[in-house]
Design a protein around this ligand. Structure first.
Ligand code: C2E
Length: 860
């Protein structure tokens, strides 16, 4: 019976025994003849119902109810293990009287059909069990023909629904794109083709990882279908993405390190780091935020990438008490630890920035603190366009980057300190520390340059030497602080009359030098010089004292007075000394003849240094005549220098030099001693005692040993202190009144008298000197010279005398040269007269002779 295919008919009686079998019967034993099966019931033939939920009991119950049955699938396993399937269908039979007679039906061998069915079943089961998504689609119509469970689960659709959809409706691709992919797969032949990975989207919009589809064209039942097997590669993709990120971060790190080696300042470094994070690190944006020390907030110092413009003006709070301070940056800054959000747009910490992040499509962000000595000084803030951009490895690299950054900052700071120090040293080497003006060195360089330009372009620069006339006086009496104020003020003034291109430099002390870049003619230089003198002369208040300082200016012009630096400077210097010698507050333009004067000055200075030791000094004495009694009541000691080669040198010439180089102090001490000794000597010769006036220089007046020197002179000579009168100039006492009063009081306490010399030219008023312990005023000879003709001088002299009287001061008129002057002075009740008219300064012997004749009252 085996191998026989075909239908057969059968009948069974009311006892369910087979009573007829005809045709190709395959029920029962394969070896048995159909007749051998007769009399048996089906459940006695080693056949088993093969359908789920069906068994012999159920079948028999159906037969008992005389129900018809269809396609009862029966399975039989032969002795050789071969499986056969038969399908039987039956109808209940009745006789003509309606009595049930049993069943009649047909049978069919369905072994092959069943085998095919099972193969498909197994195939489908294995397809469903596959972790891959499998889909079979008609190449032409794109109609879904098969889809496995995995695909249904991944896409979140019930199979029936999915079967109605076409690939472009679930893949996010267009129909054309799908068609292209299918065509490419067909062209690829039996090997098929792998398409780019895609991120699977489920029905509810959530993502189910990365899948890599492989398409292959297969011909089934005469039609081409595309079999698509998509393998999940999420892990691989994530690993690749992580590797890519790491690579980018390494690239960023190396770009940062390169920047660290090259940049010169922090700002540049920050910008390069941000650029590297965006360019090499593929970050959407990168910023470096630093602390604003005044507010404590973070401000953007550098940034690159998306939204950088908006960020530049943003201040980010680090304050833990406000919600804005709890963002990534504020938290990272406070904690000193990196702060990350790998899903920025739904992170509650980043809520204030969700809207803007949507606009700029930022998906994750990280803030890494920049630490200095363990303390946050800022943060590196990075944003990425994908979620989960900041894994542990990336963060590790970013932390290293910020460490390198802060190390670089330290190094840069040291470098900057060093550069600043170098710059400072360079500056100090070329500038005057007090005024900030170029010094001699820089001036020399600038002058050289100006001379080169002058030669090339036919310009005419000029050099001006300026010396402040009374600077030493101020410096000595008011102190160095006052001197400094004066120099600074003077710098401002001198600068104010110069062009921006002109150079003002300080040579040291009270010497300034100017380079006028181009003067068309002599008169131009003269105009500038006048302006300079004017601004210098303006009164200035120093340490609450109004002072006036004059300047002496020497000018040399290129090319007339020299074509090189040295000559021009020397000649301007020479001219300046002449201006000084000619009465100060003046300028001189260099002339050839000036040379000798300057040389003379140098020679004088050299000779002065040894003059005291070589005993080249001596004193002359000029009498003071009492205008009421016509008796000589006093004498002024005047220093004389007999230069071995030059002969007598005028005190007006050498005393300023002595004041400048300080020699006046020992020389003045000698004068004091000599004068006192002389005074006692005259008395010893039997002459009447006379007051001895001795000039004190500013230097001497501020010398701490002055009182000792006075004591010594008096003690050594044995002179009565009340006969000694010290003459000071008005300008000396006005500079530092408090100290002047202190010294004058000390001087007066030992009985020595004090006199104010050259009164009237120092701009002070009698009211101002009221408080000084002074005994005598000496009216400057410039007021006497034009007496009695000059109305103005008469008025001044008269006023001085009247006011002096009210202050109980003795008044001496200086420089009385004519009888008319003397008569006038007598008329206006001037106390004493001193001048050539009565007596020129004379030797001790000559004065003794004079005194002998005038030691008593003379006829009026
Ligand atoms: N044209 C004119 N001049 C007259 C007349 N009568 C006197 N003189 C001059 O006027 C000056 C008076 O001295 P001074 O005003 O203190 O001015 C003095 C004084 O400031 C200073 N000096 C002189 N000896 C000394 C000294 O021992 N120590 C100090 N520190 N300065 C001194 O040098 C200045 C000049 O001294 P000398 O050349 O001796 O000049 C003296 C004297 O010769 C006159 O009728 N007409």
């Amino acid at each position: 019976m085996s191998g026989v295919v075909g239908d057969w008919v059968w009948e069974q009686d009311t006892e369910h025994r087979l009573i007829r079998l005809a045709g190709q019967v395959v029920e029962g034993d394969a070896e048995a003849k159909p007749d051998a099966l007769l009399g048996y019931r089906r459940w006695e033939l080693a056949l088993m119902p093969a359908e789920d939920g069906m068994d012999w009991l159920a079948h028999r119950a159906m037969l008992e109810c005389r129900e018809p049955f269809r396609n009862l699938l029966l399975r039989r396993e032969g002795q050789d293990g071969r499986i056969t399937f038969v399908s039987v269908s039956g109808m209940p039979c009745y006789d003509s009287d309606g009595n049930w007679t049993g069943y009649r039906g047909i049978g069919q061998d369905v072994t092959e059909e069943q085998q095919r069915y099972h193969t498909v079943q197994r195939f489908q089961a294995s397809m469903d069990a596959s972790p891959d998504c499998i889909m079979i689609t008609d190449f032409e119509t794109h109609q879904m023909q098969y889809i496995n469970d995995t695909a249904c689960a991944v896409m979140g659709f019930p199979r029936e629904e999915l079967m109605k959809l076409k690939p472009h409706e679930i893949s996010g691709l267009t129909r054309e794109e799908v068609a292209q992919i299918f065509s490419a797969a067909m062209s690829a032949g039996p090997e098929g083709q792998t398409a780019p990975p895609f991120l699977a989207a489920t029905k509810d919009g959530s993502r189910k990882g990365w899948w890599e589809p492989h398409h292959r064209g297969v011909r089934i039942d005469g039609r081409w279908v595309i079999v698509t097997v998509s393998r999940q590669i999420t892990r691989r993709v994530l690993a690749e993405q992580a590797e890519l990120r790491a690579k980018r971060m390494y690239a960023t790190l190396s770009a940062t390190n390169e920047a660290i080696m090259q940049v010169k300042n922090a700002g540049e470094l920050f910008q390069q780091v941000c650029d590297a994070a965006v360019d090499a690190g593929k970050m959407a944006s990168a910023s470096i935020l630093l602390t604003d020390e005044s507010t404590g907030a973070l401000f953007v110092s550098a940034s690159a990438g998306i939204g950088q413009e908006a960020l530049r003006h943003t201040r980010i709070s680090t304050d833990s008490t406000v919600p804005e301070g709890h963002g990534l940056n504020g938290t990272a800054y406070r904690s000193g630890e990196p702060c990350v959000s790998n899903d920025f747009q739904s992170d509650p910490r980043t809520a204030p920035w969700h809207e803007s992040a949507k606009v700029t499509n930022l998906k994750s962000a990280a803030s890494i603190p920049i630490l200095r000595d363990g303390k946050s000084v800022g943060v590196l803030f990075l944003c990425a366009g994908e979620r989960r951009a900041f894994d542990d490895e990336t963060l590790g690299l970013l932390t290293r980057m910020t460490e390198n950054l802060s190390f670089a900052l330290q190094t840069l700071e040291h470098e900057q300190d060093r550069a600043r120090a170098e710059e400072r040293i360079r500056y100090m080497a070329t500038h005057d520390a007090l005024t900030g003006l170029p010094n001699r060195v820089l001036y020399g360089e600038l002058l050289d340059q100006a001379l080169l330009t002058a030669q090339r372009y036919g310009r005419n620069p000029a050099v001006m030497f300026i010396d402040l006339d009374r600077f030493k006086l101020i410096n000595d009496s008011l102190g160095h602080a006052a001197g400094d104020v004066l120099l600074k003020e003077m710098t401002k003034r001198l600068r104010s009359v110069l062009r921006a291109s002109d150079v003002l430099a300080r040579m040291g002390g009270d010497e300034f030098v100017i380079l006028l870049q181009d003067v068309e003619c002599r008169d131009d230089a003269v105009t500038v010089a006048r302006k300079l003198l004017d601004v210098a002369l303006e009164p200035m208040t120093i340490l609450d004292h109004e002072c006036r300082v004059t300047a002496s200016i020497g000018i040399s012009l290129y090319p007339a007075h020299g074509e090189d630096q040295q000559t021009l400077m020397k000649n301007a210097d020479t001219a300046m000394y002449l201006a000084k010698e000619n009465g100060k507050n003046a300028f001189e333009i260099y002339e050839t003849g000036m040379q000798s004067q300057s040389i003379e000055r140098l020679e004088l200075e050299a000779a002065l240094r040894t003059a005291l030791v070589k005993e080249e000094f001596h004193l002359h004495y000029q009498a003071k005549l009492d205008l009421k009694t016509n008796r000589i009541t006093g004498v002024e000691a005047l220093l004389r220098w007999e230069h071995p080669g030059l002969g007598p040198v005028s005190p007006q010439q050498f005393i300023p030099l002595c004041e400048e180089n300080g020699a006046i102090v020992p020389i003045g001490r000698w004068v004091l001693k000599t004068a006192c000794k002389q005074n006692v000597e005259w008395q010893r010769q039997g002459l009447p005692p006379v007051k001895m006036a001795v000039n004190l220089s500013a230097r001497q007046f501020s010398d701490p040993d002055l009182l000792n020197d006075i004591h010594a002179a008096l003690n050594e000579s044995g002179m009565d202190p009340t006969l000694l009168e010290l003459e000071l100039t008005e300008s000396m006492v006005m500079l530092n009144p408090a100290r002047t009063i202190e010294i004058l009081t000390a001087i007066k306490s030992i009985g020595v008298r004090t006199a104010l010399d050259d009164f009237g030219v120092g701009y002070s008023s009698l009211a101002q000197i009221k408080g000084f312990p002074i005994d005598t005023l000496k009216v400057d000879r410039s007021f006497i010279r034009n007496l009695p003709e000059s109305d103005q001088d008469r008025a001044i002299t008269q006023a001085i005398i009247n006011m002096a009287r009210t202050l109980s001061l003795q008044v001496v008129a200086e420089g009385v040269e004519t009888q008319a002057q003397e008569t006038y002075l007598r008329d206006i009740s001037c106390d004493e007269s001193q001048g050539f008219y009565f007596s020129r300064p004379a030797s001790p012997e000559d004065f003794a002779t004079l005194l002998k004749g005038h030691g008593i009252d003379l006829p009026g």
